[in-house]
Design a protein around this ligand. Structure first.
Ligand code: PRX
Length: 652
């Protein structure tokens, strides 16, 4: 395959001179070190980076692969790594800078963070009886108390499971039940686009039937009227007043679980991805240092929500582990206008800015000339995450936002990988728009041929795999070890050994650069939010008149992918009532999953293209949604004529 050579953008020599990894030779030397002595490589960094309570006795135990153990018998506490160890030198340094949707501001120093987390931890332990290993669900807006809640759990060894605030009560209920959580931490509400919205009522609904939850802690953020259930609901603002600033950190084993985070797969219900203590925090810190190259006085801002893995690793754990200042923002980037992020960059003198391609596309479309109105000269590194970034968005980001002088780090990773796995290094990697470039040192990332398990050649496509365990990898699917093995180690074998398959397709270009081409399974990526088509189908099917449904992804100019549903109703939708019916179905999706999962297109069809054994041919439906000609053989379908009928409906 010969491709047109993409332009290459060299790292800015001014920043590269002081970067942690300064050039490709240094990168290659680190990679070589990992290849030649894998355990030695991780041993060096684990010793150098982590403040151990008790050292580990073995770097990696692969005896029960794919269930691996890292830093065996080591003892530590993540909050010691993220807070206590900084107090000697950074107690007055800003740990978190918070900006609310309506412009309210708060700076929290490391000492203040320590006090807030310890008080919160005492509250959970003493007033709520939370113990090591208990699951605590956090359903919170983007306010500092959300970070305190996560760290308070980590302080006492409880396992947090954050549910993104955009999820519905049904989705929240499922996650609470699967994790068997005994406590929910929430807020009365928060602010979005200048207006208050409510969260507590969603929790009330989620807990309205039998639930494992015994206590609910409510942070009063917007002070709207809410329902309080006596004996279950408690005010954080009241209880926190009586707590002590001191709380001894629980001694955690390297492999004690730190958190669960539910994510979508191609089949079934979302799975609780489990991350454990030592490996996760080590890689969160190492990638923060290498990929964002944050310096002692830098101000770093990641715009993600803490409800997703990016918020976990790159708003809270990573920045705090390295002692950085992390900006936390409650609002949306386009409110009050599309200059909001750039105004904040100017005001806080942000040095590293990390966001999703969807946000870049929206900011480009709605405020192309906004960056020029602000002083963005503080910026050094611009990051993207969550979906492939298209070259036009990359170019605007690089030129208009970064002034053609910043590194663009197109970070490829997943909930399961814990931290970045493929990314340019800001001081070293010559960049190509749309390319995640190369695996980070220590990550054995390879594009394999799914049939042979061999690495594909330059210019070839295959499946993105990781051929050795790495410290921050998923440790399990909560409550379902078999699903863990099947979902990640079932598909591809290299030299007879099952390897981790990401679910993404990828290819090497002629220079060996990696481009991620997207999911090969039934997972869709809507505005960087990961959804299983099966989940959306199950939600649609809750509508009483839906007989059958098939959902596929369709390219979308702003969201990356949009959701396209083909629905067969029990009773035909009368002519002229399709739009109303589509709205009704989207309402059901909002109830079952949340607003962000609504369908962009709903087409009512008299049947679905099925094989004679009853399997829905999604590839055909994907082609129809994209308006592509059907090239597949349809003669073996149960009813080949249905294809033309559906095509006509879609065109109509
Ligand atoms: O398809 C890949 C895409 O997002 C998926 C992971 O989604 P999630 O677990 O929600 O985590 C998102 C934040 C890390 C991947 O399987 N993805 C993520 N980053 C990129 C990407 N696709 C292309 N380029 C990226 N930089």
């Amino acid at each position: 395959m010969s491709e047109v050579k993409k332009p290459v953008f060299q790292p800015n020599p001014q920043f590269a001179a002081t970067a942690r990894i300064k050039n490709m030779d240094e990168y290659l030397a680190l990679q070589k070190m990992a290849e030649e002595d894998y355990e030695g490589f991780w041993d060096k960094f684990a010793k150098e980076k982590i403040d151990w309570i008790k050292p580990y006795t073995q770097v990696l135990d692969e005896s029960d692969t794919p269930f691996c153990k890292w830093f065996v018998n080591g003892k530590l506490n993540v909050t010691h790594q993220c807070i206590d160890r900084h107090l000697a030198t950074r107690k007055d340094k800003a740990a978190i800078i918070f900006e609310g949707d309506r412009g309210d501001k708060q700076t929290i120093t490391y000492l203040e963070l320590s006090h807030s987390v310890n008080k919160f931890a005492n509250l959970l332990k003493n007033d709520f009886g939370v113990k090591k290993g208990d699951r605590v669900v956090i359903y919170m807006p983007m306010i500092p108390e959300a970070a305190y809640a996560m760290l308070a759990c980590a302080r006492i060894g409880a396992i947090h499971s954050i549910v993104f605030g955009g999820f519905s009560s049904e989705a929240l209920k499922d996650r609470i039940e699967d994790a068997d959580a005994k406590v929910v931490i929430t807020a009365d509400g928060a602010f979005r686009k200048g207006k208050p919205y409510m969260l507590k009522s969603v929790v009330d609904e989620a807990l309205s039937q039998k639930s494992p939850v015994q206590k609910v802690l409510v942070v009063q953020r917007n002070n709207e009227e809410i329902t309080w259930i006596a004996g279950r609901d408690y005010s954080y603002n009241e209880l926190i007043k009586n707590q002590s600033n001191e709380c001894e950190a629980e001694v955690m084993d390297s492999e004690d679980p730190l958190f669960l985070l539910y994510t979508s797969g191609s089949t079934g219900k979302p799975k609780g991805v489990q991350h454990n203590t030592a490996g996760y925090i080590l890689w969160a810190q190492m990638t923060m240092e290498w990929v964002f190259d944050v310096k002692e006085n830098d101000i770093y801002w990641c715009t993600a929500d803490i409800g997703w893995i990016t918020g976990h690793t790159y708003i809270v754990y990573g920045p705090l582990a390295m002692g950085a200042t992390t900006v936390m923002f409650e609002g949306v980037p386009t409110y009050p206008d599309a200059g909001r992020p750039w105004k904040m960059v100017e005001e806080y003198k942000i040095n590293q800015f990390y966001t999703a391609p969807t946000a870049i596309r929206v900011l480009h479309k709605t405020g192309e000339n906004e960056p020029a109105k602000y002083d963005l000269s503080s910026l050094k590194v611009l990051g993207t995450v969550g979906e492939p970034i298209d070259p036009p968005a990359w170019k605007w980001y690089y030129e208009a936002v970064g002034g053609s002088k910043c590194a663009i780090v197109d970070t490829y990773w997943q909930t399961e990988t814990g931290g970045h796995i493929i990314s340019p290094l800001p001081g070293a990697t010559p960049m190509k728009p749309g390319c995640a470039t190369f695996p980070l040192p220590g990550i054995m990332g390879e594009i394999l041929d799914p049939q042979t398990g061999q690495k594909v050649g330059l210019g070839e496509s295959g499946y993105m795999c990781i051929t050795r365990p790495w410290p921050a990898m998923i440790r399990g699917v909560w409550g379902d070890p078999q699903r863990f093995v099947k979902a990640y180690f079932g598909d591809i074998k290299k030299e007879g050994k099952a390897v981790y398959f990401t679910g993404d397709g990828a290819h090497y270009d002629e220079d060996g650069y990696i481009t991620i081409t997207g999911r090969t399974d039934d997972v869709i990526n809507v505005s960087g939010h990961r959804l299983g088509t099966a989940e959306v189908e199950a939600a649609c099917a809750k509508h009483p008149n839906v007989a059958e449904v098939a959902v596929v992804g369709k390219p979308h100019a702003l969201k990356g992918e949009g959701i396209f549903a083909y629905i067969m109703m029990k009773d035909e939708v009368p002519f002229g009532e399709e739009i109303e019916m589509a709205k009704e179905i989207n309402k059901v999706i909002i109830q079952e999953i949340g607003n962000f999962a609504t369908c962009d297109d709903i087409v009512f069809v008299p049947g679905l293209p099925k094989t004679r054994s009853g399997k829905i041919m999604r590839r055909i439906l994907r082609s129809i949604a994209k308006g592509e000609a059907i090239t597949q053989d349809i003669s073996t379908l149960e009813d080949p004529s249905i294809v033309a009928t559906i095509e006509a409906k879609v065109k109509g």
